[in-house]
Design a protein around this ligand. Structure first.
Ligand code: AMP
Length: 497
């Protein structure tokens, strides 16, 4: 179904929205650009398992391969890689939790413009994407996809600046929200992060050639060196010269604001071996578990068990701090994607069952402390508690290594509408605990989380991170949401007249 430009109902954050979690990778000047991009995307697979795409430039033309499914399903085929010649490429893995899962939405998105071809790969969400899109369509633009990222291509096309990089800078100054974005032109690889750096993006080098990617694990897989994080609000333009050398230029078009990385990168999203915001994800998650053990001890527990894989580092931290043994009490089947990949609650619940099983040897007759990174809808906790009881656990005490999620996200992390969040479906913690069927349920405090990451409690006047899912403090304007709310109010007023 193609959404109408004037109907905003389709862009609300429900099970039918365009809402993505993604990973990006780009390289300039390397003879094996497409193969290295495929390997980089493979390392970023956890950021998006629905589809993967690569665009390269070589032999005076752009080349694109876009496929539904995993990177390894397609980009290991030499014939596919041979269709991506050239020394420059960008790639994208996509993870729409809902909305249209269609090839036309698979990135990188490409357009042939007055200034030449340009491809873009975007991780994040624009909070004014739908508003811009409506304006563009009203002005005659023809949209090829239902992805909010496409508005950037239109803004580049309409910009009055002379060069593609100036037009890119002009375009990103008109979008609002969370983004890490790469662009590829005939000679340039451009990288940028939003003004407060909600989504991560790092710069690396291989054989002296520049690389940009969402996380450092994509550098490690190809033996590249990490140089630095792309700064919030920074645009880095790397241009390939005729003699093969590369000239790098940095622009900061917006006045610098303090960086506020998304806490969910630390809690759940990034890979434990990545360094994000100069911090080891593994160490941060372990610290979260240690702080949780201090804040919410469970002396009656016999064994600490994690919900693998994302809960494991915190469970190890909890076990170490409380001197209770950590055991592999739940085994994860790695051949099933993340729970949220499935578009409906029914299938999601089934997916969760396919994904985990209890290890009776560890569970039977024990009082289990179950550690997970977060509770969103409560699907996982509900299922795992049942599973542990079926396996003979005599008590199940849940400890969550982040605070209660009460507000939806609009910056590229999948969360359902506010009313579908478990925390909003129950009047208090005890009611949530009873629903899940646990003996006790406790969450890490917001200060405990901040201390685990940055060593300091939350600065309430100027929070160091993006944390609206816990606090309701959105770091940017939510322009599309404001418009939706206004339309709802008008509709309600009209119907009550
Ligand atoms: P739920 O089952 O709805 O309560 O979701 C919580 C579980 O999903 C936890 O085990 C998390 O590891 C995982 N999770 C948390 N956030 C996300 C997300 N944005 N996308 C996919 N899975 C998530």
């Amino acid at each position: 179904m193609i959404n109408s430009s004037t109907d905003f109902s389709y862009c609300q954050l429900d099970d039918d929205t365009l809402h993505e979690e993604c990973g990006v990778f780009g390289i300039l000047g390397h003879a094996e650009a497409a193969t290295l991009t495929a390997l980089g995307l493979h390392a970023l697979q956890h950021r998006g398992q629905d589809a993967a795409g690569i665009v390269s430039y070589g032999h005076s033309a752009f080349h694109a391969e876009k496929q539904m499914g995993l990177v390894g399903d397609h980009y290991t085929d030499p014939a596919t890689l041979a269709r991506l010649p050239g020394v420059m490429a960008i790639g994208h893995v996509r993870y729409p939790t809902s909305g249209e899962i269609a090839l036309r939405n698979v990135q990188p998105l490409f357009a042939e413009l007055e200034v030449g071809g340009i491809a873009i790969a975007h991780n994040g969400n624009f909070t004014n994407g739908m508003t811009l899109r409506r304006e563009l369509i009203a002005g005659g633009a023809i949209c090829q996809s239902t992805s909010d990222s496409e508005v950037v291509l239109h803004l580049i096309a309409r910009s009055r600046y002379a060069s593609s990089s100036e037009r890119f800078v002009d375009a990103i100054q008109q979008v609002e929200g969370g983004y890490a974005m790469l662009a590829l032109t005939r000679t340039k690889l451009i990288a940028t992060r939003d003004p407060i750096g909600i989504r991560p993006l790092v710069m690396g080098t291989l054989d002296g050639k520049p690389i940009f990617c969402s996380e450092t694990c994509a550098l490690d897989i190809i033996g590249a060196q990490y140089i630095r994080d792309v700064e919030n609000g920074e645009v880095i333009i790397c241009e390939l010269q005729k003699n093969g050398s590369i000239v790098t230029k940095t622009i900061k078009p917006v006045s610098k604001k303090p960086e506020r990385l998304c806490l969910f990168e630390y809690i759940y999203f990034s890979r434990p071996d990545s360094i994000v915001g100069k911090r080891s994800i593994y160490t941060v998650r372990k610290n979260m578990g240690m702080n949780l053990a201090i804040e919410a001890p469970c002396r009656e527990g016999d064994v600490v068990v994690s919900v693998p894989d994302s809960g494991t580092p915190a469970a190890i931290g909890y076990a170490q701090e409380s001197s209770i043994p950590f055991e592999l009490g739940i085994i994860r089947n790695h051949y099933v994607g993340r729970t949220f990949i499935e578009p409906t609650q029914h299938i999601r619940a089934l997916g969760a069952k396919l994904k985990h099983s209890a290890n009776r040897a560890v569970i039977a007759g024990r009082r289990v402390i179950l550690v997970d990174d977060s509770i969103v809808r409560g699907t996982t906790s509900l299922k795992i508690v049942r599973m542990l009881r079926d396996a003979g656990a005599i008590e199940v005490h849940i400890r969550i290594a982040s605070p209660m999620i009460s507000y939806p996200d609009f910056y590229g992390i999948d969360t359902p509408k506010a009313e579908k969040l478990l925390a909003n479906q129950h009047p208090n913690l005890q009611s949530m605990c009873d629903y899940i069927g646990a003996n006790s349920l406790k969450f890490l405090s917001i200060d405990g989380l901040y201390r685990a990451i940055g060593g300091k409690p939350r600065d309430h006047l100027n929070p160091q991170f993006t944390d609206h899912y816990f606090t309701g403090h959105y770091p940017t304007r939510l322009i599309d949401q404001e418009s939706i709310n206004k339309n709802h109010t008008l509709a309600t007023l009209r119907s009550s007249c």
